[in-house]
Design a protein around this ligand. Structure first.
Ligand code: ZN
Ligand code: ZN
Ligand code: FE
Length: 763
């Protein structure tokens, strides 16, 4: 630029968003250099700071392209620019990170190996040929290796690896695609792979080849991934899959399967255009896909399931393994039954030693344990069922700024927590069911990590109404903070509002397993008028006793007994299969229910699905919560359009009599109707009743928007019926997409309710 030609200006620019660890500084350097601008760029607590100097025209061009041409993984929330006095330095340089100040920076999620790195991985001439830790500014580990911010190598688990000269050159060269890539490494200086026997002794030979050999021979191999250890077996071997299932004490929950590419996915499942996109995103979730008849997968991989969870390789190690194996393989979390996934090497050897025959492991430590995320595509849109690796810790932007920072502790099952300040809510990765010491420890450590990483000092803590949830007990320990108890189903609806950027009021339909209500009974089939501050319960499913409490969740036949008893006033038709299968305890359970001993009243929709599942003959006992409901959906014939009628009563709050559905189901079964048709009509009947109930609420309130939340809305058939019906009736439907409808979304809902009440001066 000609210095004599026009005046020189200097801008100080701040960029906020996900701008660290995504190649933003090199991008700025390149952009500034190409426009012959001088100045500096660096990371600080708030994101990226820039000073640029040059002609007004070049600066304008710079600002425009800063946003337009930003790197693929960057998420720019806002850019601030102010004019300052020119300095007149010689060139444009990247300066060291500034520490201190209130942290506002964001951390990028872990990102699947990019195409450029993949090409090098399989390029014989490349110095990283077949190196399992290849990465660049556009891909690789992020959230799982960050110990602290700013995102610089000393604050990651790569701190212990000193770069070799060649790597250092790439790292320092602004023209290189590894410029300032923090995890950059190579075979000479980086982590290395090892294959260990279950007793920890090394197995000779190339670790990938040897591991592939063991897998092909039907062995179980533990594989260290980004967020923890997985357990792998060949997906075509029934003996191997069954062995893994029994050693893991996992009876029926389906295993995820890794396939090397989309074509292989197509051989096993139907893959639509949106499903292909979701499978291939750098976030790389497990995607639930409809399996093709005759798909070459052993029965024990996903017993009795119409869907398969498929995932594409997301680390170089996965790519190498998939390439050597040439066949799909199970890749399921490295844990025993309900414990959290193992992520520390010694702990993994100890805990998985009785499951895995060998360990494919390495010496790059994992700092934050994260499971794979699980999504599916419904209505041409991705719907998250479990939000974890690849998504966390990307924040949700709140509809309104918070007055004070909030910690929300979430629910008990599928727990996540959430820390929030200003307009950002950081919902944690999936923590798990808070039922054991290990998971509780992961929960506590996670909260510590998030509050430090995002510099949130909570002044308000939100929790569920249920006093026995370990998350509630944790909140109660924080005696210095203002506490907010948020009713479970209000939190569900608030989460749906928040993710849609709305504040209500809406008609909230919260259908799930169980959550404690304000009247002390267990809710779960709720119609609320809700905004972020408060709610009114305007209707619900008819209440019935849950004989034996928790036992009724594990044994859906108990709910069948209670529903049949109520539907037929103690005289259900004889010869029903479910009654015959459980006749020895049937009367006793009904006596317990009538008596009310250990039989909390519930309006749960999940329990109604359970009861119908047991009556139709799906199963009387379950191995995981909601299994009967999942299988009832699988059974249902999706082409069946006829329905059962439910009569709403005139009470306030109104009641939806589930017994109407039970009578219709029994009637059809006795006429010999195909159970697949009966299951479908039940879905349609309950869905139609929800639509009718919403129409009634609209009649008395004028509200025309409906928010759908709760675990039952993971049921595609039911959700489709409800959404279509509401649409036909002219309602606007708010649903979940980026956060789960199940209890994994509760912490987000709690956070926004706490924030709204704080803002309203209610604390
Ligand atoms: Zn890359
Ligand atoms: Zn190196
Ligand atoms: Fe729930």
């Amino acid at each position: 630029m000609d210095r004599l030609n026009g005046e020189k200006c200097r801008l100080r620019i701040r960029v906020a968003g996900i701008v660290q660890g995504v190649g933003f500084r090199p991008f700025v350097h390149g952009l500034a250099s190409s426009l012959s601008l001088v100045g500096i760029v660096g990371n600080n607590h708030a994101g990226v700071f820039i000073e640029v100097e040059g002609s007004a025209g070049a600066l304008e061009e710079f600002l425009g392209r800063l946003e337009r041409d930003a790197p693929a993984l960057a998420v720019i929330e806002h850019i601030e620019a102010e004019q300052i006095a020119p300095v007149g330095e010689d060139g444009f340089v990247i300066v060291p990170s500034q520490s201190g100040g209130e942290r506002q920076t964001l951390v990028s999620p872990d990102t699947a190996t990019c195409d450029d790195c993949l090409r090098e991985l399989f390029d014989l001439a490349d110095r990283r040929f077949r190196y399992p830790f290849i990465n660049c500014t556009n891909c690789g580990p992020r959230f799982t290796i960050i110990r602290d911010v700013p995102y610089d190598r000393p604050f990651t688990t790569m701190a212990g690896f000193t770069m070799c000269e060649a790597c250092e050159r790439e790292y320092r060269n602004p023209q290189d695609r590894r410029f300032h890539a923090q995890p950059v490494c190579c075979p000479a200086c980086g982590p290395s792979l090892r294959l260990l026997a279950r007793d920890g002794t090394p197995i000779r030979g190339d670790p990938i080849d040897a591991a592939a050999g063991l897998l092909t021979a039907g062995k179980v191999v533990a594989v260290k991934g980004l967020g923890g250890y997985h357990l792998a077996v060949i997906a075509t071997s029934e003996a191997a899959a069954a062995a893994l299932r029994s050693r893991k004490h996992r009876e029926d929950k389906p295993f995820a399967v890794m396939v090397r590419d989309v074509d292989t996915a197509r051989a096993l499942c139907d893959v639509g255009a949106e499903e292909e996109r979701v499978l291939s995103t750098p976030r790389r979730p497990v995607v639930l896909l409809r399996r093709k008849p005759g798909a070459q997968v052993a029965p024990s991989v996903a017993p009795g399931n119409r869907y398969l969870g498929l995932i594409l390789p997301y680390t170089p190690l996965h790519h190498l393994l998939a390439d050597r194996l040439g066949t799909p393989f199970v890749l399921t979390s490295g844990n025993s039954s309900d414990e959290p996934i193992a992520y520390l090497d010694d702990d993994a050897l100890e805990r998985l030693g009785h499951i895995a025959d060998a360990f494919l492991t390495h010496d790059r430590p994992i700092h934050m344990r994260t499971d794979d995320s699980v999504t599916r595509v419904v209505g041409n849109r991705e719907r998250i069922l479990r939000r974890s690796r690849g998504f966390a810790p990307e924040p949700a932007v709140l509809p309104a700024p918070l007055r004070r920072p909030v910690l929300a502790c979430g629910a008990e099952l599928k727990n996540t927590f959430c820390v929030a300040k200003d307009r950002r809510a950081f919902v944690s990765h999936h923590i798990g069911d808070l039922e054991n010491y290990e998971t509780l420890r992961a929960f506590r450590q996670g909260i510590e990590h998030f509050t430090r990483l995002f510099d949130v000092h909570p002044e308000v803590v939100a929790h569920d109404l249920h006093p026995e949830y370990l998350s509630t007990k944790y909140a109660m320990e924080l005696v210095d903070l203002d506490t907010v108890a948020v009713q479970h189903h209000h939190a569900h609806v608030a989460a749906c509002l928040a993710e849609n950027g709305e504040t209500g009021p809406v008609i909230g339909v919260a259908f799930d397993g169980l959550g404690l209500g304000t009247d002390g009974s267990m809710w779960g089939g709720e119609f609320l008028i809700a905004d972020l501050v408060s709610f009114e319960r305007v209707g619900h499913l008819q209440q019935l006793p849950m004989p034996g409490g928790a036992a009724a969740v594990k044994e859906p036949w108990r709910m069948a007994a209670v529903y049949l008893d109520a539907a037929f006033e103690g005289q259900p038709p004889s010869g029903l299969g479910v009654a015959r299968s459980h006749e020895n305890l049937w009367e006793q359970v009904l006596r317990v229910a009538h008596h009310g001993t250990n039989s909390p009243m519930t309006s749960s929709a999940g329990r109604l699905f359970d009861a119908i599942g047991a009556i139709v003959g799906v199963r009387g006992r379950v191995n995981y919560e909601g299994q009967a409901a999942v299988e009832l959906e699988q059974l249902a014939d999706p082409t069946e359009t006829s329905t059962y009628r439910i009569a709403l009563d005139g009470a306030e709050p109104f009641r939806l009599p589930g017994v109407d559905l039970v009578r219709a189901v029994v009637g059809d079964l006795q006429r010999g109707t195909d159970p697949r048709v009966v299951a479908a009509r039940f879905h349609n009947g309950l869905g139609d009743a929800v639509v009718e109930a919403c129409a009634r609420v609209r009649g008395s309130t004028g509200l025309t928007s409906v928010a759908l939340s709760g675990g039952v809305f993971q049921n595609v058939l039911f959700t489709a019926r409800v959404s279509a019906g509401l649409g036909r009736e002219g309602f606007r439907v708010l649903a979940h997409s980026r956060f789960p409808p199940n209890d994994g979304g509760i912490s987000l809902g709690q956070a926004v309710v706490a924030g709204a009440r704080d803002d309203a001066g209610m604390l």
